[in-house]
Write a protein that binds this ligand. Structure first.
Ligand code: ATP
Length: 263
């Protein structure tokens, strides 16, 4: 049984078939990437798997259980967490506090105990701070634990967002363009981190435009074009697939034609 099983999911917006009959699966510890030209349906698919949209057709199973259209907070309890392309960091909080909020979301502590500062709440707080420090070490931000998150560089913020998603102790982590806006060094750091997270057993679903990173890091790639899956396989298999070449060359040729037209 796969960790994530996506079967025939579809969604349309008005007349636009954003995602049509897409199926694929992810196993434990695997890095699976979704690629495709602009408008191919990557973000929409990602949003259907992370509880933002509910598929109009098809089903999604997480560890064998039906989770189609389940909202994000319930998915998180079942072991699926995500990061956002536009960072969702609390910039006025410290780096450590940002990660600790991830742990608080996961715990079922009593609100009254928290408000009254009871020993059980203090113990829980201490435990989540210790666990947050461990995660900050994993993402290379332990020295920045006490800094205001807003003072971090962009690449560091991206890693902080991954740490916070990891605080939910996911079996599956969905990463929405983790390297977008990062320079080469920051991209390399993110790539290493993603590989390390997968090695520890957490499966990853990656939507990313940086093709070099995708090709180096993925075990399996799903290629979308105009909302449909046109190919899937290992990096070597998809780069030599005629429909993938056509989808990307089509885009390149159009861009080239536009450039000529502007001259
Ligand atoms: N909320 C929406 N309402 C209407 N149309 C939408 C909506 N979201 C996406 N679409 C359309 O669905 C199609 C797929 O869009 P989507 O953003 O998923 O593609 P993408 O592969 O993520 O593109 P990009 O690489 O540019 O981010 C596009 O034609 C887009 O215009």
């Amino acid at each position: 049984m796969s960790l994530l099983d996506v079967k025939g999911v579809s969604i349309s917006f008005g007349g636009v078939r954003a995602v049509q009959d897409v199926s694929f699966s992810i196993d434990k510890g695997q890095i699976v990437s979704v690629i495709g030209p602009n408008g191919a349906g990557k973000t929409t698919l990602f949003n259907m798997l992370s509880g933002v949209y509910s598929p109009q057709q098809g089903e999604v199973r997480l560890a064998g259980e039906l989770v189609t259209g389940m909202p994000a907070h319930l998915l998180a309890r079942r072991g699926l967490s995500r990061t956002f392309q536009n960072l969702q960091i609390f910039s006025a909080m410290t780096v450590l506090e940002n990660v600790a909020t991830g742990f608080h979301l996961q715990e079922n502590g009593s609100l009254l105990a928290d408000l009254l500062g009871l020993p059980s709440a203090r113990r829980r707080m201490k435990r989540s701070e210790e666990q947050s420090m461990e995660l900050l070490k994993t993402v290379g931000l332990e020295r920045a634990a006490g800094f205001e998150a807003g003072s971090l560089s962009y690449g560091a913020l991206k890693r902080l967002e991954i740490a916070r998603a990891l605080a939910l102790q996911p079996q599956l982590l969905l990463l929405d363009e983790p390297a977008a806006g990062c320079n080469a060094v920051e991209t390399e750091e993110i790539e290493k981190l993603v590989a390390q997270v997968a090695k520890s057993g957490t499966a990853i679903l990656l939507v990313e435009h940086d093709m070099k990173m995708v090709m180096r890091i993925s075990n399996h790639i799903v290629v979308l074009d105009h909302g449909e899956k046109i190919a899937e396989g290992t990096p070597a298999e998809v780069v030599s697939h005629p429909r993938v070449i056509e989808a990307y060359l089509g885009v390149a040729a159009t861009e080239e034609a536009t450039r000529y037209a502007e001259c």
